[in-house]
Structure formats: structure tokens, C-alpha cells
Ligand binder design. Structure first.
Ligand code: NAD
Ligand code: DAU
Length: 348
């Protein structure tokens, strides 16, 4: 049986991925998460009943915790979701982003290299235990911003504009370097904006729903015409599953949706779906370094694995809104005191 270490599994995409893999594979899943403000074990209540699921509280920056977990569970696949992920927080305080996203990823790579290598002391050794694999979950933001036309390809220049994007780009470069230098069996996926159940309400879509439910103004940065290439989270999970099965080491794969929506369009649709007034919209100062448009060309992934997204933006948004309305307790519990303090700092 395969043993997958999912780092950051208590976060938004990680928890959805664990649920997806428990349903669609026979793998054993070890969720390794430091439980920062963004980690929430309540997102995995159903998984706790599954004998193929284990939670380990741990930090990807700790050599001891990572190495011990790899050994204890005989891990042969690592999927690295663990990260500081919110662009606005990276503008308020970038240090944690360098620490977790860059140093944490490099620590994970090194611990895995040592554990999986057939001769860890030999820096020339490029032989590893059979079928081991490291999957780095990266983002379209490493490519920077697009104008009105075109899409990002895997060989588009890396041009990050926020401290968050710069930290993710640095992590990608370490993954690449481990492949080139040590023949370390790693793959990188770069995905566009995800949405769906269990997303922390600091991010646009759950923030609109949360603020709408509580009659709080919805802050729209600048003119609201920035465009994002939204992908329903389950489609991201199925893409990652395809990459684990048939992606090639040393490769980068773009993942994206088929829809491009402006922020203002997204807000208006959600207000309509939740029966709230557009008077809640409030235009505020733009995000510094705000990327105007993202769009991913996922032809390579489609050609290598046959993957394509299945859920349309409209259907995904309806499902998402219904989920938050049915899980208001999860939403309100998640928007705890820390979150209220963050909102005060961020929006006033
Ligand atoms: P999230 O913020 O919801 O979750 C991050 C998780 O990582 C949390 O559970 C947190 O506790 C954990 N974590 C943070 N620091 C850690 C550390 N030092 N050690 C162990 N665990 C730690 O994030 P998300 O939106 O689910 O994103 C997951 C990954 O996907 C990230 O790497 C992100 O860059 C990438 N990504 C996200 C999106 C998106 O739209 N959300 C799109 C593309 C790529
Ligand atoms: O593109 C992938 C990335 O998507 C991931 O790598 C990041 O981890 C994830 O946070 C997300 O980044 P964005 O900055 O695109 O997502 P966010 O939800 O923060 O914002 C989406 C858009 O909405 C963006 O153009 C900024 C805008 N926005 C956001 C917030 C929180 C607002 O106008 N007002 C807001 O209050």
C-alpha cells in the first residue's frame, strides 16, 4: 500500500485532497500540519473515522519532525500543500512566507532526499527507493500578471509580484534544483485560483459569503476588474491525482479552469445567489502590486494525463454557496477572534 504524506492537509485544498484520495484510492494518508490560523481539523471530521487516515501535528521546517514521520510511516509519496497562502498577509508581514514556503520546502526536500536515497551521504547518488515521488503544489502567481490576452504556459517567465508569489517561486526553484542536482523525483504543479468548501474566509469567495451573511461591507480592491481563472477545488484534486499517477519527474504542469471572471462579476453573482443587496459592495484602495489577470494553459497536463476540469464555474459557485449556507457553524467558528483582528488591521 502507498503511504502519502500530505503536508498542510488541514487547510483548504489539502483537506479536500485528503477526502478525494480516501475516496478514489486505496492509499494510506498521513496529514502533517502545523495547525496555523489556516489549519482546521474540523474540516476533516469525516476522514477521522477512516482507518487509512492519520493526523500528525508537525512543522515542515523541523528536520526532526519531518524525518521521524517519514520513517515511522514508511512514506513513499509527499504532496506539499503546507504554506502561508494569503497575498494580503504577505504584504503585511512577509517573514513567515520566506520561513515556511522557502525554508520549509527546502527542509522537506532534503529530509525526503536523505530518507529515499539509496546512498544519502553520496551527493552524486541519483538512485532512490522504487516509486517514490515528491509533488510540489505551486501557483499561477509565480508567472506574475497577464495583459488582456494570452495564457501562461509552463515555460512562461517566472515574474512574481507579491512576497507570497516570490516565496512560492523560490520554492519551485529549489524543487527544480533538487531534480537537476540530485535527480530527485519531484514534480511541480501550478494551479489557478481554487474555490469550494472549507476555504478560510480571508479569501475572496468565502469572504463575500461571510460578509453578506453578517451584513458587513464587501471590500473590492481598485476597480474590481482584475480577472481570475477560477477552478473548483475537486477538479484541482483530480488533476493532482492524475499527476501522481502519470506525471513525469522533473516536469512542471499547469492546472486551470475554463472560466475567466472579474472580481466584480464574482461578487455580483454571489450576492444574487445569496439574496443580498449590491449596496454591500465597497470599493477600497487597490492591493499593492495587484496582478491584473491570470489564465492558465493546461494543454500539457491534458495531453500527458487526459485531465480536464469537469465542474463549470456557475455550477461550482452554486455548490459552494449552498455548502457555506449549510455549514454556517464551520464558517462562523473559523472566523474567530484572530480573524476579526486580522480584518480590523487589513480593512480599516
Ligand atoms: P491554506 O492557507 O488553506 O492551508 C495551508 C495549510 O498549511 C494550513 O493547514 C496550515 O496550518 C498549514 N501550514 C502552514 N505552515 C505550515 C508549516 N510550517 N508546517 C506545516 N503546515 C503548515 O492554503 P490552501 O489555499 O489550501 O493552499 C494550499 C497550497 O496550494 C499552498 O501551497 C498554495 O500556495 C497552493 N495554491 C493555492 C491556491 C488557492 O487558490 N487556494 C491555488 C494554487 C496553489
Ligand atoms: O492564483 C492562485 C492563488 O489564488 C493562490 O496561490 C493563493 O494562495 C490564493 O490566496 C489566491 O490568491 P489571490 O490573491 O488571487 O486570491 P484572493 O482570494 O486573496 O483574491 C482574489 C481576487 O480578489 C484578487 O484579485 C484580490 C481581490 N480581492 C480579495 C480580497 C480578499 C478583493 O478585491 N477584496 C478582498 O477583500
Amino acid at each position: 500500500m502507498r503511504h502519502i504524506l500530505v503536508t498542510g492537509g488541514a487547510g483548504f485544498i489539502g483537506s479536500n485532497f485528503i477526502r478525494y484520495m480516501l475516496e478514489h484510492s486505496s492509499c494510506e494518508i498521513i496529514n502533517f500540519d502545523a495547525l496555523t490560523y489556516a489549519g482546521n481539523l474540523k474540516s476533516l471530521k469525516d476522514a477521522e473515522r477512516n482507518s487509512r487516515y492519520t493526523f500528525v501535528k508537525g512543522d515542515i521546517r523541523s528536520k526532526e519532525q519531518v524525518s521521524e514521520t517519514l520513517r515511522k510511516f514508511g512514506v513513499d509519496i509527499v504532496v506539499n500543500f503546507a504554506a502561508e497562502t494569503h497575498v494580503d498577509r504577505s504584504i503585511l508581514s512577509p517573514d513567515a512566507f520566506v520561513s515556511t514556503n522557502v525554508l520549509g520546502t527546502q527542509n522537506l526536500l532534503e529530509c525526503c532526499r536523505v530518507y529515499w536515497s539509496l546512498s544519502p551521504e553520496d551527493k552524486h547518488c541519483r538512485d532512490y527507493k522504487p516509486d517514490v515521488r515528491f509533488l510540489q503544489i505551486s501557483t499561477d502567481e509565480v508567472y506574475g500578471s497577464l495583459g488582456n490576452d494570452g495564457k501562461f504556459h509552463e515555460d512562461s517567465p517566472i515574474a512574481p509580484n507579491s512576497p507570497y508569489a516570490a516565496s512560492k517561486a523560490s520554492a519551485d526553484l529549489f524543487v527544480r534544483a533538487y531534480w537537476e542536482t540530485f535527480g530527485f523525483p519531484a514534480v511541480i504543479t501550478r494551479c489557478s485560483n481554487n474555490f469550494g468548501p472549507y476555504q478560510f474566509p480571508e479569501k475572496l469567495i468565502p469572504l463575500i459569503i461571510y460578509n453578506g451573511l453578517h451584513d458587513i461591507k464587501i471590500p473590492i480592491y481598485g476597480d474590481g476588474q482584475q480577472v481570475r481563472n477560477w477552478l473548483y477545488v475537486e477538479d484541482h484534486c483530480s488533476a493532482l491525482c492524475s499527476v501522481l499517477k502519470s506525471g513525469k519527474s522533473g516536469e512542471v504542469y499547469n492546472i486551470g479552469g475554463d472560466t475567466e471572471e472579474s472580481n466584480l462579476q464574482v461578487v455580483r453573482t454571489i450576492l444574487r445567489l445569496t439574496g443580498r443587496s449590491e449596496n454591500l459592495i465597497q470599493f477600497v484602495a487597490d492591493r499593492p502590486g495587484h496582478d491584473r489577470r491570470y489564465a492558465m494553459d493546461y494543454t500539457k497536463l491534458h495531453q500527458h494525463t487526459g485531465w480536464k476540469p469537469h465542474c463549470s464555474f456557475e455550477e461550482g459557485l452554486e455548490r459552494t454557496v449552498q455548502w457555506y449556507l449549510a455549514n454556517e457553524t464551520w464558517l462562523n467558528d473559523t472566523a474567530d477572534r484572530d480573524f476579526q483582528t486580522y480584518c480590523k488591521t487589513m480593512y480599516t
